[in-house]
Write a protein that binds this ligand. Sequence first.
Ligand SMILES: [Zn+2]
Length: 87
Amino acid sequence: MHERKLMEDLMQEIESQASAEGAVRVTRIRVRLGALSHFTPHHFLEHFEDASRGTLAEGAEVESELGTDPTEPTAQGVVLESIEVEL
Ligand SMILES: [Zn+2]
């Protein structure tokens, strides 16, 4: 399923950035939800809570921005804009 794949890729990216920084925990993430990704901020949050359970990102605050332009190259996906971590 499309959403599942998006979440897998996102969690991989979060974990690799977090471990590159030597983080013990991810405290906050910022994402941009593509206009064609089928995610609303609320729906994304549900998936994130599920996908992050048992990872460094469990319990992280989520700031999400919903894209409105279906023609932008990332419209189908979720872009990780930044993470904040606890070292
Ligand atoms: Zn869903």
